[in-house]
Design a protein around this ligand. Structure first.
Ligand SMILES: Cc1cc2nc3c(=O)[nH]c(=O)nc-3n(C[C@H](O)[C@H](O)[C@H](O)COP(=O)(O)OP(=O)(O)OC[C@H]3O[C@@H](n4cnc5c(N)ncnc54)[C@H](O)[C@@H]3O)c2cc1C
Length: 118
């Protein structure tokens, strides 16, 4: 983005591009903080499936959304197998599937919030 030029400007100079980067960086930081909180909680000897499920779900979703935006920012190059970001996107998607799909993480979070109903 700092190299490629379109309409006489670097892609990274467009404000919409910079806003996308700001959103991506913010999402990553949110996911990181939630993950660290869940890990810290575990290190304190507390088991909180709600928190770990939130961390897993948010980190997986963030990886998918950020990689999708990264492909978009690189345009056609982003989609091509020759560029790393295409592989990052495939690697990210599995985070929403293995070790508990995002739907199952939501079940865990919801049951912790609602509790057992009779
Ligand atoms: C690359 C890769 C590596 C893997 N590594 C391992 C490993 O090392 N060890 C291991 O044990 N497994 C591993 N797995 C398996 C992985 O954990 C499962 O694929 C995952 O748990 C999802 O199970 P499934 O594929 O049977 O999907 P399914 O259970 O068939 O689910 C399909 C869809 O239905 C949804 N669904 C299912 N049940 C419900 C429900 N009750 N409510 C709402 N939605 C539901 C799911 O969320 C999903 O979207 C791996 C899978 C892959 C692809």
């Amino acid at each position: 983005m700092k190299d490629r030029e379109q309409f006489g400007r670097k892609i990274a100079q467009f404000q919409i591009t910079q806003h996308k980067l700001a959103d991506m960086a913010t999402k990553i930081e949110q996911a990181r903080l939630l993950t660290y909180k869940a890990a810290w909680n575990f290190d304190q000897g507390r088991l909180d499936p709600k928190l770990t499920s939130m961390a897993k779900m948010v980190a997986g979703r963030t990886a998918v959304e950020v990689c999708d935006e990264a492909i978009q920012l690189l345009g056609g190059y982003g989609y091509m197998a020759e560029y790393d970001v295409e592989r990052f996107a495939r690697d990210a998607k599995i985070c929403e599937i293995y070790e508990g799909t995002k739907e199952i993480q939501k079940n865990t979070i919801a049951s912790a919030l609602v509790g057992k109903l009779k």
